[in-house]
Design a protein. Structure first.
Lengths: 270, 330
């Protein structure tokens, strides 16, 4: 069953820039959809449009989530959906966590925004979530502040925050970009495990083809606000139909292949 | 944290010592002869010589400074024998004009300055920060533009001008308020508030303008932070997003300037007190300068400086409470 259906999504900023141009997306419950493309291709804007978090922009088209049309909802109903049914993990967890509050508080805050529970109960949930995402000594670490964590740990905190309400859809916007390679691998492994346990569908936004290959079932290649190619990951990776996709794939140096003199670059426009 | 506190206290003491030395040096740079000032008009040369020895003016400046410091710390005695005058701790000397101990003069004037400063601070914080937050949330709106224009006006108008205009409008024309006079809060709270209202508004207009502009720009910055987007993505109500995630970081610079402003005002609002004729520390300073009453000038300067320095110390401590990252550094 389709969990998220996007039809003919258009996003135009007040400055006149058209960030998303007639985009269609489909994501089934429990599956992982990779959305790839270079910077400025409209990936992040699409995710913010789904959450209704775009300000100063005109959004048109259909965004159907679990049978409800999101573009028709008022801010109140959207707010109830955010965090609870659709959660988000952003790039650069340091700037995405508030430096003034402990990590447990920020997780508990998300929980309490949707549940009528006391502080203590919410704190217990936060500690449990920290444990689930693999933070050692979660009881003690819960009271720490974001600056006391490493980059990978911070991203685990963000994931714990996003998953504490067991959402149907997790939008992960470049979840591994600000992290070094070994930590990237850990975070991807964590997402894979959590997906298996909870059955949460993931919309994985990235420019990194390797990340998509490791996690996604389907992939959509975006370029200048449009989907230029889509399909199961294996098909798109092994038999790319579009020159743009081929170019994008060629940009990734292969560890098992010959070392190229120069990496190919993508043309400014196609 | 204890170590941080001790270190800060040591620095504060050092700063106060430097200020003390600087004001004392000014004492020597002033053209008036202290002995002449203490004696008054038509004084015989013998009498002046006598006073010079009583005040210790014959000693080198360094010895005099040492005696002055010793007086502040433990009190001192001027002169000797039957003419000895005892000046108890903390001794800042005696006024040339009234012969009262400077410390006593200062403390008797303090309630008025406190009343003015605290009341004005409450007013300008509420109005300034409130207007700044609303402006940031409705950026570019009519309200934003009106508030920022008003803020610019408040900042631009000199205190003596707003004070006189207020007095003319509220007292002379509309007869809403009595002429300001010092009414102790304990004796008549309503009368106290009435007499303080104009000084409060006068000062608040200036400071609220500054605070509104600072709050607005700080709020705009914090509203653009990624963690505010995270807070929205969590599904928090917008009011919580603004209050908890945008306003709290924005308040940090406000705390800094507020500490300094309040500290400076506690040491006397010179112009405001003078215009309204309220006997605060500022009025004391103005009168002392007019009559070259050097011990009082010295005392007031030191007193006011101490408030600013102590307020800054307090700000640093509040910082440590507000920002976990500062706490970690301590």
């Amino acid at each position: 069953m389709s969990l998220l259906t996007v039809r003919d999504l258009n996003v135009e900023f007040r400055s006149g820039v058209r960030a998303v141009d007639g985009l269609d997306l489909d994501l089934d419950a429990g599956r992982v959809l990779g959305v790839v493309g270079e910077s400025g291709s409209g990936k992040s804007v699409t995710s913010l449009a789904v959450l209704g978090l775009l300000r100063d922009a005109r959004v048109s088209g259909e965004i159907r989530f679990a049978g409800r049309e999101l573009t028709a909802l008022d801010q109140r109903s959207l707010r109830r959906l955010r965090g609870d049914r659709i959660a988000m993990v952003f790039q650069d967890p340091l700037s995405c966590l508030n430096p003034y509050y402990s990590v447990a508080f920020q997780i508990a805050e998300a929980y309490r925004a949707h549940h009528r529970t006391g502080r203590r109960q919410a704190h217990r949930v936060a500690v449990h979530m920290l444990d689930r995402v693999g933070i050692p000594e979660p009881e003690r670490r819960a009271r720490c502040y974001p600056h006391e964590f490493s980059g990978g740990m911070r991203q685990r905190v963000m994931i714990a925050m996003a998953l504490c309400l067991e959402p149907d859809l997790l939008i992960a916007d470049e979840p591994t970009t600000a992290l070094d390679v070994t930590v990237q691998a850990q975070i991807l492994q964590l997402l894979r495990e959590l997906r298996k346990e909870s059955g949460t569908a993931i919309m994985l936004i990235t420019h990194d083809m390797g990340v998509v290959a490791g996690l996604a079932d389907h992939v959509v290649v975006m370029h200048q606000g449009r989907a230029v190619e889509r399909g199961p990951v294996r098909d798109v990776f092994h038999r790319p139909q579009q020159p743009y996709t081929r170019g994008l794939l060629a940009c990734v140096p292969r560890i098992d292949g010959p070392l190229p003199d120069r990496l190919p670059t993508l043309g400014a426009t196609t | 944290m204890i170590l941080y506190l001790l270190r800060r206290l040591a620095v504060t003491a050092a700063i106060l010592l430097v200020i003390c030395a600087a004001t004392f040096a000014v004492f020597y740079l002033m053209p008036a002869d202290p002995a002449q000032g203490a004696c008054g008009k038509a004084c015989s040369p013998e009498r002046i010589a006598e006073i010079r020895s009583t005040l210790g003016l014959n000693h080198s400046p360094l010895v005099q400074f040492r005696d002055y410091l010793a007086g502040i710390v433990s009190g001192r005695t001027y002169g000797s024998g039957t003419q000895a005058v005892d000046c108890p701790f903390p001794c800042l000397g005696f006024s040339f004009q009234t012969d009262q101990p400077v410390w006593q003069l200062l403390t008797s004037r303090l309630p008025v300055s406190f009343s003015i400063a605290i009341g004005a601070a409450v007013l300008w914080l509420a109005v300034g920060v409130g207007a700044g937050v609303l402006s940031a949330l409705r950026r570019g709106s009519l309200w934003d533009r009106a508030a920022m224009t008003a803020a610019l006006g408040g900042v631009s108008m000199p205190i003596y001008f707003t004070a006189l205009v207020l007095q003319y409008l509220l007292v002379v024309q509309l007869k809403l308020l009595p002429y300001p006079q010092a009414v102790p809060f304990t004796a008549d709270p309503v009368g106290w508030a009435q007499s303080m209202l104009m000084p409060w508004i006068t000062l608040a207009m200036l400071y609220a303008g500054i605070y509104a502009r600072v709050t607005r720009s700080e709020m705009l910055e914090s509203l653009g932070q990624n963690y505010v987007r995270t807070a929205r993505a969590k599904g928090l109500p917008e009011i919580t997003v603004v209050r908890r995630h945008a306003l709290r970081p924005a308040l940090m610079p406000i705390v800094t300037i507020f500490g300094m402003d309040l500290g400076a005002l506690l040491g006397g609002a010179l112009i405001t007190e003078s215009v309204f004729g309220l006997p605060g520390v500022g009025k004391l300073a103005a009168d002392a300068i007019a009559s070259a009453d050097q011990p009082v000038i010295l005392g007031v300067t030191l007193f006011a400086a101490a408030f600013v320095v102590l307020a800054n110390l307090l700000v640093d401590l509040v910082y440590a409470v507000l920002d976990p990252r500062v706490r970690a550094l301590g």
